[in-house]
Write a protein that binds this ligand. Structure first.
Ligand code: ATP
Ligand code: MG
Length: 409
């Protein structure tokens, strides 16, 4: 069985001077992720080995799937630098992998030890000659084989692998600064957050809660989602800023013409998000908007809504199809939580005919119907911040009906 995992870092060669700090950061993220295992490490410049020391390889690989910046990894079997020994090890690996089913095959050798007398090509040929009689179910195919046996000859040993598993890719989380994710509890925003982290942005979340107008269970949904997302964050910790949105929410319903309720509500959210982002050194605001999905996400709507925010707004899902968003949500483990049915502040009193092409002027005009600035300021002052982690579940729904009281008690 394999006793180490080769981890390859992605895309770092594009980054010139940053390369060193990127690879240092991935090293650190990997160490953190595996801190509770007795594994050890062998660091190289754009890759590393995790020496399993008896730890289950699957468990380690599952953790590596949560480290952004890792391009791929391979379970590695090491043996002595001796062609008979390598062939024997290879035959065992191939039998285990194929179960004896017919497949196409080639050997690929890299020789990091130039002392070794034969060329890479010679070694591959020699090995194939030894392996094929023992594995009659294999047919050699050099161009597009289903099974590639890769071998690296190094002074201290030969490294063999048959699998190269794609990991998250992207950049190590944190190298891209910090962003504030508007997290609703729906399907889209957690996926937007995941994609941002994958691209190196550290994420804090902001959730607008309207308890008791909406059920506290919708806040619990946001909490549960953050606990899942936090597994991709440094130290598996993520902040959730809860904004008491109910007073503003009520005023909007009371004063704003029905077709503009969503537009104005979103503009208020952006105003608050901008201020919270400033307070917490977040360089951008992120959200789950996706063009065309609903009335508030036509480009006209997105323009009118986003125009109140004087921070860079990144919409990772702007051009994504819902089907692709759902596939990612399932993969990262947020889909089932998002799918739980609870009203949030955007589904309660949902207007029947929201405006599809609002204008900035009209939105500004309706916003003069009540004095929103003190309410926005109060919402920002009233923010309560939780630090969440998958390691410790936070149950707010059992504590009361209103966030303020649940957190006080
Ligand atoms: P999601 O699936 O993420 O809930 P959605 O399909 O519900 O998105 P909308 O309700 O139109 O989409 O919201 C668009 C975006 O606005 C969300 O992806 C999210 O980023 C942000 N948003 C909406 N409601 C909230 C909220 N209560 N708290 C924080 N952000 C929100
Ligand atoms: Mg959406």
């Amino acid at each position: 069985m394999y006793e180490r995992i080769l981890v390859r870092y992605g895309d770092l060669n594009l980054k010139g001077k940053n390369k060193k700090s990127f690879s240092d950061r991935i090293d650190r993220l990997i160490r953190e992720k595996l801190a509770d295992f007795p594994v050890s490490y062998d660091f190289r410049h754009d890759r590393m080995f995790v020496l399993l020391n008896g730890v289950e390889g699957e468990t380690v690989m599952n953790r590596l799937d949560r480290v952004s910046g890792i391009y791929s990894y391979s379970p590695i079997t090491k043996c002595a630098v001796d062609l008979d020994e390598i062939a024997r090890t290879a035959i065992q690996m191939i039998e285990r992998k194929t179960g004896g089913s017919t497949t196409t095959f080639k050997v690929e050798t890299k020789r990091a030890d130039k002392q070794f007398p034969q060329t890479s090509q010679d070694i591959s040929r020699e090995l194939a000659r030894r392996i094929l009689p023992a594995c009659p179910f294999l047919t050699v195919e050099v161009h597009d084989p289903k099974l590639v046996l890769s071998i690296e000859i190094r002074p201290e040993g030969a490294y063999l692998f048959t699998e190269q598993i794609r990991a998250m890719g992207g950049y190590p989380v944190g190298v891209g600064g910090k962003g504030l994710l508007m997290l609703s509890g729906g399907i889209d925003s957690p996926v937007a957050g995941y994609l941002a982290m994958k691209q190196g942005i550290e994420v804090e979340c902001i959730h607008f809660e309207s308890t008791p107008l909406t059920a506290i269970e919708s806040v619990q949904k946001a909490i549960d989602i953050v606990e899942v997302l936090a597994d991709y964050a440094p130290y598996a910790k993520m902040k959730l800023h809860l904004v008491p949105f109910e007073p503003l929410h009520r005023k909007i319903i009371e004063h704003i013409p029905e077709s503009f309720i969503i537009t104005v509500m979103r503009r208020m959210m952006y105003r608050i998000a901008e201020q919270v982002a400033n307070r917490h050194d977040c360089l951008c605001v992120l959200n789950g908007e996706s063009i065309g999905q609903v009335a508030s996400q036509t480009i006209e709507s997105m323009d009118v809504i986003g125009s109140v925010c004087d921070r860079l707004v990144i919409r990772p899902l702007a051009t994504y199809d819902k089907i692709d968003i759902i596939a990612i949500a399932r993969k990262i483990g947020t889909f089932d939580i998002s799918n739980r049915a609870f009203e949030d502040c955007c589904t309660v009193y949902l207007p029947k005919n929201p405006v599809i092409r609002p204008s900035r002027k009209l939105a500004q005009h309706y916003e003069t119907f009540f004095d929103y600035e003190p309410l926005v300021a109060a919402a920002v002052e009233g923010v309560r911040t939780l630090t969440l982690s998958p390691k410790e579940h936070f149950d707010i729904a059992s504590k009361g009906l209103v966030v303020k009281e649940a957190l006080a008690g």
